[in-house]
Design a protein around this ligand. Structure first.
Ligand code: FAD
Length: 552
């Protein structure tokens, strides 16, 4: 039997949040941290068994490969979802150092200032926009330089899209012609507008949480990183978390925490770990047969995700599209270009341009996001295998999603066995407002596609959305899927929520959850930057508590 580990803090999961925490908590050298990650190393030379997968992680276009690569991806499957056409959805999540930040689309989006003011209103005191902005700035190394909204000198590299592809540029121009203002900075708290995305990248390479935070910290003697270490339950002394049990190389081991256990296993695994350890809904704990530590009805509930609709159109000329660049001699040219300049196709994030739009004039903030691409995918293949395969014919895409859906899903443990996957119920489009929203989204896309900027590029064949609202809803149900942003399953807020605003698990001691599950309401956009912000702020709360404990 391998020896137990001892540390001040035990962190479960080396994803977007876990990497930030491991780096910040070990920075002073005063605290010993053990970081347990179910997946392997993300560096090609450190993990020969997944050498090619790891090369794909660090090359932006490799997203299309890691999206369904089991070596670095959990590849969850949801329950059959009636609201989205009676389908089971594939849900990729990173299983490797860096977690989902190692396989994500690299789009840097913070959301609306109103999102965070809304969190504070829900009882998450201390999380208003003015109070979270310093942590967005702290994390950031913004290529454009510093200003009141952006920071430089932080670990996370944020850079402009490497090249403005003519088709993506034309779609952004069409957005402007359709009445959406051009706005170069979509991350200053007020999103309304359109332009090109910024990416979490540096010199054409991915800036994951592992690259930005963890790798530099791994040189520290007070940080121990255990890979292929699957945490299976929390260990208690009464209601005090004192460590965790984990499986590694076929053995059961323990990591003991003198100060705190921190769950950063992501929105799918963090609620499951709480439940199989005795924190959750009373009836479920009984069903699982686990001793009750604390009844907490909202654990695993409140799941929110962005449901994105695939909206694609054919292009007149093959050479206009990325589909064409990705084959044969042209692809070889792009590989050479990337090798020499770190630019070209291989340096592109998954989407190029972005628009934040109000579906109704009376709204205070945009409620719809559009992801713009100079490429079209085989949607059937994407939905069936969660794999990206480019269409044979040249195409472009303008994929919308509703930013703050009303529908709520859930994620709960199916069995007390920590190695088993939980049950994921997405409940997409279950709320009438969300069904109305998808129709509005398709009408906005139709309007954008009718603008003169797209005439030189787009085949004038119309669109496949249908003529009636009912037909449009029908289209959205079959042509949509996850934008990979599940959040909210162990949320912070007032007494109704499992976490207090310090991210501590109510009804327990020495236990926090710090990852995307802590969001009480989904942020208006892609969720990586907000998760990193949560971890930056969470780390400071933990360190402050440690300082106070020493002073007391
Ligand atoms: C395919 C994809 C594309 C995305 N694209 C974007 C994008 O372009 N922009 C954006 O802003 N956001 C994007 N996101 C979302 C964003 O990456 C996530 O919201 C964010 O990474 C969540 O961070 P997290 O720390 O909560 O979880 P994760 O980063 O998923 O980390 C959880 C970690 O815990 C580990 N773990 C889980 N269970 C255990 C256990 N029992 N024991 C030990 N370790 C465990 C996992 O292996 C993983 O490494 C994308 C996500 C995906 C999956």
């Amino acid at each position: 039997m391998a020896a137990d580990l001892y540390a001040d803090y035990v962190i479960v999961g080396a994803g977007s949040a876990g990497c930030v925490l491991a780096a910040r908590l070990t920075e002073s050298g005063k605290h010993k941290v053990a970081l347990l990650e179910a997946g392997g190393d993300d560096r090609p030379l450190h993990e020969p068994s997944q050498f090619v997968s790891n090369i794909m992680i660090h090359t932006p276009i490799g997203f299309g490969k890691t999206l369904n690569d089991p070596k670095v991806n959990w590849l969850y499957e949801t329950e059959v979802d009636e609201g989205s056409g009676g389908r089971s959805h594939k849900w990729p999540k990173g299983k490797v150092l860096g977690g989902s930040s190692s396989i994500n689309g690299m789009l840097y989006v913070r959301g609306q200032s109103a999102d965070y003011d809304g969190w504070a209103q829900m009882g998450a005191r201390g999380w208003s926009w003015d109070e979270v902005l310093p942590y967005f700035r702290k994390s950031e190394n913004q290529e454009r330089g510093e200003n009141e909204f952006h920071g430089t000198g932080g670990p996370l590299s944020v850079s402009d899209f490497p090249e403005e592809h003519p088709v993506s540029k034309a779609i952004v121009e069409a957005c402007v012609q359709a009445g959406i203002p051009y706005k170069p900075d979509l991350n200053d708290g007020n999103q309304e507008g359109c332009s090109f995305f910024q990416m979490t990248a540096k010199n054409g390479r991915r800036s994951s949480a592992a690259v930005a935070y963890l790798h530099p910290a791994m040189k520290r003697p007070n940080l121990l990183v255990e890979k292929r270490a699957m945490t299976t339950r929390i260990l208690w002394d009464g209601k005090k978390a004192i460590g965790v049990e984990f499986r590694q190389n076929g053995e059961t081991r323990r990591a003991m925490a003198a100060r705190e256990v921190i769950l950063s296993a992501g929105s799918v695994e963090s609620p499951k770990l709480l439940e199989i350890s005795g924190v959750g809904q009373g009836a479920l704990l009984k069903e699982l047969g686990v001793p009750v530590v604390h009844e907490s009805p909202m654990v695993g509930e409140n799941m929110q995700d962005h449901y994105m609709i695939g909206c694609q159109a054919a292009l007149k000329e093959p050479h206009h599209s990325i589909n064409e660049l990705s084959r044969g001699v042209k692809l070889l040219g792009q590989i050479a270009k990337y090798g020499l300049t770190r630019k070209g196709l291989l340096s592109y994030a998954v989407a190029h341009g972005c628009a934040f739009v109000k579906s109704r004039d009376e709204l205070a903030y945009p409620d719809i996001q559009i992801h713009v691409m100079a490429a079209s995918m085989d949607l059937e293949y994407l939905n069936q295998y969660q794999g990206l395969r480019l269409d044979k014919e040249p195409g472009m895409a303008s994929n919308p999603c509703q930013l703050r859906p009303e529908s709520r899903g859930s994620i709960h443990a199916k069995s007390p066995d920590g190695m088993e996957r939980p049950r994921i119920v997405p409940n997409y489009l279950s709320d009438p407002l969300d069904r109305q929203s998808v129709v509005e989204q398709l009408k906005i896309i139709r309007k954008i596609w009718q603008q003169p900027a797209l005439e030189p590029y787009m085949e004038a064949k119309g669109d496949p959305f249908g003529d009636t609202d009912e037909a449009m809803l029908g289209y959205a149900k079959v042509a949509g899927g996850t934008l990979y942003h599940a959040v909210g399953t162990v949320a912070m807020g007032d007494e109704r929520f499992p976490l207090d605003p310090q991210l501590r698990v109510r009804g327990t001691h020495n236990l926090r959850v710090i990852d995307a599950s802590a969001m009480p309401k989904i942020s208006s956009g892609n969720t990586n930057a907000p998760t990193i912000m949560i971890a930056e702020k969470g780390a400071e709360m933990i360190l402050q508590d440690a300082r106070e404990a020493v002073a007391a």
